[in-house]
Design a protein around this ligand. Structure first.
Ligand code: NAD
Length: 450
């Protein structure tokens, strides 16, 4: 179904144009210009799909995309330089270099929660590394999908970049094609399908998945700040953020004070939007039903009101949740925050290890030893000490998961590297030809042993 499109892009790739620095730079500038020109339309689409306000959409969708483009434009030339490496004594006279080479035609499959940013940021990486790309946005945010298609169609020839809109059937038809790279953002379940499809063609992949990301609040934490930053990171975008704190583990000694503060901050941060009707929507009726089902898994301390028509669920805090309850068996991905207590840090390690490696982890403490104990003994994609979500918003930190939360990383230089093959080339001198290398005698062994 998509063979001719992929082949068309491959032919264009073979012309070598995408490899030129000037070409890449021009295309990134054009992408930026196109987003700027279409800003109003993109913001409108995000409002229609998820009820995002212009401010929130700018902060979490357009802003990070601009930032990714600007950072790439600033550094691309230096990233593209072949990297000179050392050579051992046995290679005297030669020079080793790593060349960053584009894979060819990349497939980018995006989710619905940040439907614009998560389609366009990987595209910035693909273009910067010199690839052609096919972008498949999520069908669950149809207005944004259409706006992305329009934007990319206006800006690029389809032999270079093309949007393919559609649902699971379209995604699966694309996955049958032997792409040169696949970049997938979405759920763990679909990540497994993508990996299996990629294995048929031995296509290299990045999987940006999700998981249950804990926030740990130790007894010495600055409680007010911890409560505020957790409430913000959790309830932003109605909890539909891959790195949102999924649940909180708080030391039992500070639990009552923390609970009070997290309720206070949640209200302070989101009540106004709820009143004005500008709090983001849950993406679909089916997703809202799933979330509503979790409300009986504990005691509702705050929120818990939902409206099927407006597809909203108010920021909800749950306590008295059983670790075995259904809400703790899957990523919540909505505005419900269960809070648990702990007595010792060993208990924290056990509880977090009990679940698959999370995409993010947040620890709130003033003690460096606690910081180290948590960050060094638990496996997770990335995270913050005394904050939530912000690690994802800097182009200087690679962003990605580990194990069940994903494989590979991107943002900044890591996006360029992700979409590049590291080709090692050794250039040998023709001026000298050491006889030693042809001999398997004692001297060769001595050199190698050194
Ligand atoms: P999803 O896996 O349902 O869908 C993602 C994409 O895959 C969509 O474009 C969809 O059309 C396609 N798809 C769905 N089912 C498919 C199938 N059976 N075969 C082939 N393609 C299929 O994910 P979602 O619901 O859109 O997004 C939510 C998930 O994404 C959460 O788990 C969240 O944590 C994760 N996520 C991760 C990141 C990250 O950067 N790591 C970012 C955002 C979201």
């Amino acid at each position: 179904m998509f063979t001719s499109l992929r082949e068309k892009q491959k032919h264009f790739f073979y012309t070598g144009q995408t490899k030129e620095y000037a070409f890449r730079k021009k295309q990134l500038e054009r992408l930026k210009e196109a987003i700027q020109t279409n800003e109003a339309e993109l913001l409108e689409a995000l409002k229609l799909d998820l009820n995002k306000t212009n401010e929130e959409a700018f902060l979490t969708e357009l802003g990070p995309t601009y930032q990714e483009i600007n950072h790439t434009l600033k550094h691309l030339k230096e990233w593209m330089e072949p990297e000179k490496v050392k050579t051992p004594a046995s290679h005297v006279g030669s020079v080793g270099k790593i060349h960053y080479e584009p894979y060819g035609v990349a497939l980018i499959i995006a989710p619905w929660n940040y439907p614009l940013q998560l389609a366009l940021s990987p595209l910035v990486g693909a273009i910067s590394a010199g690839n052609c790309a096919i972008v498949k946005p999520s069908e669950l945010t149809p207005h944004t999908s259409k706006a992305i298609a329009k934007l990319l169609d206006q800006t690029f020839d389809e032999a270079f970049v093309k949007t393919v809109e559609g649902a699971v059937d379209v995604s699966q038809a694309l996955l049958k094609e032997p792409f040169d790279y696949i970049f997938f953002t979405g759920s763990v379940g679909v990540g497994k399908i993508v990996m299996e499809a990629a294995s048929k063609n031995l296509t290299p992949i990045t999987l940006e998945l999700g998981g249950k990301s804990p926030a740990i609040v130790h007894e010495d934490a600055k409680l007010d700040l911890a409560a505020k930053r957790i409430a913000w990171g959790k309830f932003l975008n109605a909890g539909q953020t891959c790195v949102a704190p999924d649940y909180v583990l708080v030391h039992e000694r500070v639990y009552p004070a923390f609970l009070k503060k997290v309720k206070k901050h949640t209200k302070a941060l989101f009540d106004k939007a709820l009143l004005k009707g500008t709090y983001p929507q849950v993406v679909s009726g089916r997703h809202l039903e799933r979330l509503a089902g979790f409300l009986s898994d504990g005691q509702v301390e705050l929120g818990g009101q939902y409206n099927k028509e407006s597809r909203t669920l108010t920021p909800t805090i749950l306590t008295e949740v059983n670790w075995e309850a259904s809400i703790m068996q899957e990523e919540i991905f909505g505005p419900i925050l269960p809070i648990f207590t702990y007595q010792s840090l060993d208990e924290v390690l056990d509880k977090v290890r009990d679940k698959a490696n999370p995409l993010a982890l947040y620890v709130f403490t003033e003690n460096k030893k606690v910081e180290a104990l948590i960050t060094e003994n638990l496996s997770f994609g990335g995270g913050c000490i005394n904050d939530t979500v912000m690690h994802l918003a800097t182009p200087y930190l690679p962003f990605g998961g580990v194990g069940e939360s994903g494989t590979g990383a991107y943002h900044g230089v890591e996006s360029f590297r992700t979409f590049s093959h590291r080709k090692s080339i050794l250039k040998q001198s023709t001026k000298v030809d050491l006889p030693l290398r042809y001999k398997q005698g004692k001297l060769t062994m001595k050199v190698l042993r050194k």
